[in-house]
Write a protein that binds this ligand. Structure first.
Ligand code: SF4
Length: 414
């Protein structure tokens, strides 16, 4: 028996779910150990490999998030699973992944599978095994849960196409924000090939979404679309560069989502990588900025103009940072402003704006009405006028920024 298979299934699950945490798709979960697998009991809090992600309909769902294997023939400098890394290795067989998915699903631990993998032998062989897992789940076991497959770099177009028949979502990792970064840190990967695969996938998704002439029905092909992942902080790319790359990917390939993954430093100075993990808050700010670009009508230039180094302000969310730098555009009248202007008010989300537009058809809105819509008055007061409210000089106060900055924390002496 293969040495890698000698570890028990549970041991391999621990290794391969831990290895999958670097694949951004969700926030991992799990608390203290309490597990009913094999005991006849019910439920588990251990949750090895279980994470949460948002389904296309906006529901938060739990997924079994694992790698098929963390063995890899590539040597991407930023990756813990690279061939030269000395991490503990493990591998599942396709049948084991199918079994685990079904068992977790039957026990109600998960609503779907997120599967990624290192590359074993060749890209096509690995991709073939991943496709087989998705195919067996769908066609043999009639599995109706959500499946997200990470495609393998350089896998053939035919295999990626087949994967789309069974997976809800496919992702092709762009890896790093610039081609130069990929050339330096992942020299076995070809940015042109990554983009070509994304382009082919987009065409296929669009082609299959068209109703056929005969049946008038659409074929099911990666119905939740494609996404990608970008490592943040491994190369020196600024937030402006990262977001610029994202905007091009959204525009050119119809991506549903770019996932930002804060680089986890690997203690190997020979790889010439930073040894300090970028703060998770940077990842969070990038998601917020990405959101402003996609749903709030901001351009990347507007979002990143507040600092000369092209980095986002870590202390303030990007919309608030923009508003503080553009005070001449405020206050915004909640009873008269159009949707585009309302969307620029810090503290107003898309749902809030919808609620305001609908409620003001019947009456003039006061601050209390905004409160009822779930708005933080502290955040919006300097930026809006409403019935009975005008911010007066509040919006011009020189210490307005300080009012929103996080309070310094007293370090514990113990
Ligand atoms: S191909 Fe993927 S798993 Fe392999 S070293 Fe590169 S990033 Fe890691």
């Amino acid at each position: 028996m293969n040495k890698l298979m000698k570890k028990s299934l549970k041991e391999r699950l621990a290794i391969l779910s831990d290895a999958a945490k670097y694949d951004a798709s969700c926030a991992s979960s799990g608390t203290s150990k309490r597990d009913s697998l094999g005991s006849g009991g019910l439920g588990s809090t251990e949750g090895s490999g279980i994470c949460h992600a948002y389904a296309p309909d906006g529901r938060c769902i739990s997924l079994l998030k694992i790698l098929l294997t963390n063995f890899c023939i590539y040597d991407c400098a930023y990756c813990i699973n690279r061939s030269s890394s000395n991490v503990e290795r493990a591998r599942f067989s396709p049948d084991e992944v199918v079994w685990l998915t079904l068992e977790f699903y039957r026990r109600n631990y998960i609503e779907g599978l997120f599967l990624s993998s290192g590359i074993i032998r060749s890209s096509d062989q690995t991709m073939e095994e991943m496709v087989r897992i998705a195919r067996d789940l769908r066609t043999i076991h009639n599995f109706r849960g959500y499946i997200h497959l990470k495609t393998i770099p350089e896998a053939s177009a035919a295999l990626i196409e087949e994967a789309g028949l069974y997976a809800d979502r496919l992702s092709i990792n762009i890896e790093l924000p610039t081609d130069a970064g990929i050339g330096k840190f992942a020299p076995e990967k070809r940015p042109d090939n990554i983009r070509r695969s994304m382009g082919e996938l987009r065409l296929k998704i669009e082609e299959m979404a068209e109703p056929t002439l005969q049946s008038k029905r659409r074929k099911k092909f990666a119905p939740a679309g494609q996404s990608t992942q970008m490592i943040v902080g491994a190369d020196g790319a600024s937030d402006a560069t990262i977001l610029g790359t994202s905007s091009r990917l959204y525009g050119s390939y119809g991506l549903k989502r770019v996932y930002y993954s804060a680089f986890s430093p690997i203690p190997d100075s020979s790889k010439n990588l930073p040894l300090i993990k970028p703060p998770l808050i940077r990842e969070h700010r990038l998601y917020q900025a990405d959101w402003l670009y996609r749903f709030y009508g901001f351009s990347i230039g507007e979002i990143t103009a507040s600092r000369t180094d092209g980095m986002l302000d870590l202390d303030l969310d990007p919309k608030l940072a923009w508003a503080l730098g553009h005070r001449d555009q405020f206050p915004v009248d909640v009873n008269g402003a159009d949707k585009e202007r309302l969307l620029r008010v810090p503290g107003f989300g898309t749902k809030t704006v919808k609620g305001i537009l609908s409620a003001r058809r019947f009456r003039r809105l006061r601050l209390d009405d905004l409160k009822r819509l779930g708005v933080s008055l502290r955040k919006v007061q300097p930026f809006v006028t409403a019935e009975g409210w005008t911010p007066g000089r509040l919006a011009d106060r020189s210490d307005l920024r300080a009012m929103f900055e996080p309070k310094p924390e007293q370090l514990s002496l113990l």
